[in-house]
Design a binder for this molecule. Structure first.
Ligand SMILES: *Cc1c(COP(=O)(O)O)cnc(C)c1O
Length: 419
């Protein structure tokens, strides 16, 4: 995308404003590749003191030279910072980079992925409105809708993931938004975005995809016409298991009111985190290439292993949505869910405990491999009926494959399965 577009991704834009040379962004060709964008997009060409890395701005407020300069700002003749809750230089730099990577006009950073989801839904939904969700989704998104949006009279309708007919039928005149993840967590179901968008357009309802598990390297939902793309940047985008962040991408018109509400909700991020995220994005393509390679290799290893019953990974033929994923995605990422043949939950725990390289933790998409048993990690307090409804089996293991050497991970999994 052009730097002109990136230049407009400021909160208080005024089209009549000339960009001062100190604010000019790196001028990339429209044909710039993914890593060229990852390294350079959204960054100022000349930074303070000539620093090549974006400095960490620790200010909560930004000073005005005089009342005259304040008036230039409040009259909309100057784009600049004002107060940290409305955005910071470090957030803006990362927002412009993420917008470029996503192929979106604009992006808004949040304190976490959940804060991004809450920020969007709180902006768009009024009392009496409805949203339709595909049922395989991040359990806290579901909880926010079921327990909290309901308090404000918003109705959430859940339909079976991938059942477009059911989604079509669940829409009525009060429906404001269609929401899905792709691929979903932890079943890795890829959603056919052409069909998803077609239903949204038919009913004139906004579409939102949580593409955290795909990342813009593997899937670009905006190219299919999806209105809003959301990520937990805590995962692959940050990539080092050391920060929390969320981002929402879309057109400037769609995002402007969402950004305004963020300024009230205060779900902004810290400049230090933004520094880490910007740094992480410089190696994003390299990390994703290794994640994709390791993910595919380990999924295939597990698929062949006699102790493994079923593997959920969109890159293997036996996955029910492999064809959808193959048509839409560049690679399949590194989240793999599998079930252990004839194992109860305790036997399954023993395999998790026997693995030496992957550490037991929630989260995914970082350089360190992580492993967990969904029953224990996220669904322990659910009833067996609820777990069955969510498709969480006792003998299920979820692994987020890191960027370690694939051979080491395979050897380690083999010894854990055969211990
Ligand atoms: C982790 C995750 C979230 C929540 O993001 P946080 O940064 O943890 O708030 C939302 N959606 C998906 C698919 C996730 O994996």
């Amino acid at each position: 995308m052009s730097t002109e577009k990136q230049d407009t991704s400021k909160s208080k834009g005024a089209s009549s404003t000339e960009t001062p040379s100190s604010q000019r962004l790196v001028d990339l060709p429209d044909t710039a590749g993914f890593s060229t964008q990852g390294v350079h997009a959204g960054e100022r060409r000349q930074k303070p003191e000539g620093a090549i890395a974006t400095p960490i701005f620790t200010a909560s407020t930004f000073t005005f030279e005089s009342t005259e300069s304040l008036l230039r700002f409040v009259d909309g003749h100057e784009e600049r910072e004002e107060y940290g809750r409305y955005g910071t230089p470090n957030e803006r730099s990362v927002e412009a980079k993420l917008a470029a990577l996503e192929g979106a006009e604009d992006a808004i950073i949040y304190s976490s992925g959940m804060a991004a989801i809450v920020g969007v839904l709180m902006t768009r939904l009024n009392q009496g409105d409805e949203i339709v969700f595909f049922d395989q989704c991040y359990h806290r998104s579901r909880e926010f809708c079921a327990k909290h949006l309901s308090r404000f009279g918003v109705v959430t309708r859940q339909v079976k993931t991938g059942d477009f007919e059911a989604m079509d039928q669940a829409i009525n005149s009060k429906t404001k938004m269609l929401v899905s993840e792709s691929p979903t967590n932890p079943h890795l179901t890829a959603v056919d975005l052409e069909q998803f968008v077609a239903i949204g357009r038919k009913h004139n309802v906004e579409t939102l995809i949580d593409a955290t598990l795909a990342t813009p390297y593997n899937l670009r939902p905006i190219e299919y016409g999806v209105d809003l793309v959301l990520h937990s940047a805590t995962k692959y985008l940050g990539g080092h298991n050391d920060l929390l962040a969320g981002v929402i991408c879309g057109s400037k018109d769609a995002l402007d009111p969402i950004r305004s509400l963020r300024g009230i909700l205060g779900s902004v991020n810290s400049s230090h985190n933004m520094y880490l995220l910007e740094r992480g994005l410089k190696t994003f393509e390299l990390r994703m290439q290794r994640h994709n390679e390791n993910g595919q290799r380990i999924a295939e290893f597990l698929d062949r292993h006699p102790r493994v019953d079923r593997v959920y990974y969109p890159g293997i033929d036996s996955h029910p949505t492999h064809r959808v994923a193959a048509a839409q995605m560049r690679g399949y990422g590194s989240l793999i869910t599998f079930t252990v043949k004839d194992a109860d939950w305790k036997e399954t725990s023993r395999i998790v405990d026997a693995a030496k390289i992957p550490r037991i933790a929630p989260s995914l998409g970082g350089v360190e491999s992580l492993i967990e048993q969904p029953l224990v990690m996220s669904y322990y307090h659910c009833t067996p009926e609820e777990r069955e409804a969510f498709g969480i089996a006792d003998n299920m293991i979820r692994m987020s494959v890191g960027i370690e050497d694939g051979d080491d991970l395979i050897d380690d999994l083999r010894q854990a399965l055969e211990a």
